[in-house]
Design a protein around this ligand. Structure first.
Ligand code: AMP
Length: 538
């Protein structure tokens, strides 16, 4: 068989050749939405590659992006790797010291920054050791004030660039194409490098019906940021499959997302559960027509049962949980039920939908404890480990590689069980585990159950030191507006579903649960905030 190289250049060519009239709808400000055909998009991508080359981008050069989801960011997604350089997407919500750390650690030489985000990065520019040029992405050619010497306008550079630029034809599929740092909850972020081959294979997997089933007739709205694991692969895959792409731009709201879905006839969309909670509340206030949607993908953290139920049963919209990590490109598994499961009782089917799901083709997963792989009994917990062609094999220049990558596996730090059907069910992060009297208690299961209570908006369960049991669970709860539930009522609502020793010893009511830069519960901060909290003595 021919050994043709799996590179992103092939995707760009395919999008241009077979789907020239497909659309990119890009919102760049509250008052501006652009519409491009793939044909025009590819022309602009060639211009960007030419402009970057003139600024010194070579093979292996790291080019950082600091932006929302819009067409310029999408141009960078192809212009940089198709030139043999490396696209480094930077999380705009990280703390300034983390932003400086990752740009210096990655050794980015050029940065593309959104105009409205420029003031965030400007004070940090003097701390950047390798950056030579900064390009500001705005709708016009204005350049903001800065003491940094080489600040350029994106649109000005494109105007001056050559559309007939030709991408190199000799890229190797194992060349690095992109990088992303994990949104660390402890320590400095860790870098993950993706290759052309890993991105191409992952993108093709997104076209399988067992995953996103992405196809030409789709209108894809990635709500997940383009700095969070490549917007879960949507930009790359959509170009290849010829799906229309809707990019929601800066500072979007649930109302805006719903309007976009209705106006653009979005068929598939993806984001973290907190996004879908906001969208659900807005939809209940002011319903829009959601009949175009064939799939909402929720990932990044666990979706509470009540949320899944509300989408599927109340709104009639398919909602599927997906699991992955920055280290895994990210797709590992999705909780589509099999045909056999559609015969399950409603409650059992919901128990399947709430899991992280069935492992994707080409990926290998195992839940292991000190005895080896755990039985598929839905109760024995162990650590989830993963391997496959789009799973990282190391952290970029980081000695923490040895902790996570061993014996050809990525050890995820996620504690899971396997259901009898072979569906992965995450019960905790290793760091968040509650070990009471030597036995593990799943904080995720307790949170899910608490969030099913009608008065509860958010719930996080953490371990609190205990003199006898070493650790006991404490529930931290945010109530819905104008709703009330007492501690006793919340704890007793768990009694039917959990063993007595799993029940939280106490409940504290909070205004909000602290969250990470990508909207996940930040339990490390919660534990810190509640350091001096003392459990009631029983
Ligand atoms: P990140 O690298 O920021 O995407 O974070 C990856 C981590 O998010 C995983 O190791 C899990 O702990 C968590 N995670 C991702 N998807 C899910 C999901 N569907 N359900 C529960 N946890 C998830």
């Amino acid at each position: 068989m021919m050994d043709t190289q799996l590179t992103l250049t092939g995707f760009l060519k395919r999008g241009e050749r077979f789907f020239p009239n497909k659309q990119i709808i890009s919102r760049t400000s509250p008052t501006m939405t652009h519409r491009f055909s793939f044909k025009d998009y590819v022309k602009r991508t060639h211009r960007l590659a030419d402009a970057l080359k003139k600024l010194g981008m070579k093979r292996g050069t790291k080019v950082g992006t600091f932006g929302w989801n819009h067409h310029r960011h999408l141009e960078a997604y192809f212009a940089i790797p198709c030139s043999g350089a490396i696209l480094h997407t930077i999380n705009i919500r990280l703390a300034p010291e983390h932003i400086v750390y990752i740009i210096n650690h990655a050794e980015d030489e050029i940065l593309l920054i959104d105009g409205d985000l420029f003031p965030l990065v400007e004070p940090a520019l003097i701390h950047l050791k390798t950056v030579k040029h900064v390009i500001v992405m705005t709708d016009d050619v204005t350049i903001p004030e800065s003491s940094f010497p080489n600040v350029h306008s994106y649109e000005q550079l494109l105007q001056e660039a050559d559309e007939s630029f030709v991408f190199p034809k000799d890229l190797d599929e194992n060349m690095q194409a992109g990088m992303c740092y994990t949104s660390a909850t402890t320590g400095m972020p860790k870098g993950v490098m993706y290759t052309h081959r890993s991105i191409v294979l992952h993108s093709i997997a997104l076209g399988l019906s067992e995953s996103f089933g992405l196809k030409e007739s789709d209108v894809a709205l990635p709500v997940v940021p383009m700095f969070h694991v490549n917007a879960w692969g949507f930009p790359f895959a959509a170009l290849n499959f010829g799906s229309n792409i809707v990019l929601p731009g800066p500072m979007f709201t649930p109302a805006l997302l719903l309007d976009l879905i209705e106006q653009e006839n979005v068929t598939i969309t993806a984001g973290v559960p907190t996004i879908w909670m906001g969208v659900l509340a807005e939809q209940q206030k002011q319903p829009r027509d959601l009949s175009s949607i064939r799939l909402i993908i929720s990932g990044g953290s666990a979706s509470p049962k009540g949320l899944i139920q509300a989408y599927i049963e109340k709104l009639g919209v398919p909602y599927v949980n997906a699991y992955g990590m920055t280290e895994t490109s990210p797709l590992v598994s999705m909780s589509h039920p099999t045909t056999e499961m559609t015969k399950y009782e409603a409650e059992d089917l919901l128990d399947i939908r709430v899991t992280q799901g069935l492992t994707a083709s080409l990926i290998d997963t195992e839940v292991v404890n000190e005895k080896g792989e755990v039985p598929w009994d839905g109760v024995t917990m162990g650590e989830l480990r993963i391997r496959g062609p789009w799973i990282a094999s190391e952290y970029y220049k980081d000695e923490r590689t040895n902790e996570a990558f061993r014996d050809g596996w990525l050890y995820t730090g996620d504690i899971a069980v396997m259901t009898k059907e072979g569906y992965i069910k995450i019960t905790d992060r290793t760091k968040d585990l509650i070990k009471s009297g030597g036995e593990w208690i799943s904080s995720v299961d307790l949170e899910n159950a608490l969030m099913s209570h009608p008065a509860v908006l958010e719930a996080a369960v953490i371990a609190i030191p205990h003199p006898k049991w070493l650790e006991r669970p404490l529930a931290c709860v945010v109530l819905k507006e104008n709703a009330y539930a007492s501690k006793e009522e919340l704890i007793s609502s768990l009694e039917n579903d959990f063993a007595k020793w799993w029940l939280p010893d106490d409940v504290v009511f909070l205004q909000e649960i602290p969250k990470t830069s990508v909207g996940k519960f930040l339990k490390a901060k919660l534990r810190e905030d509640l350091k001096s909290y003392e459990l009631p003595i029983d």
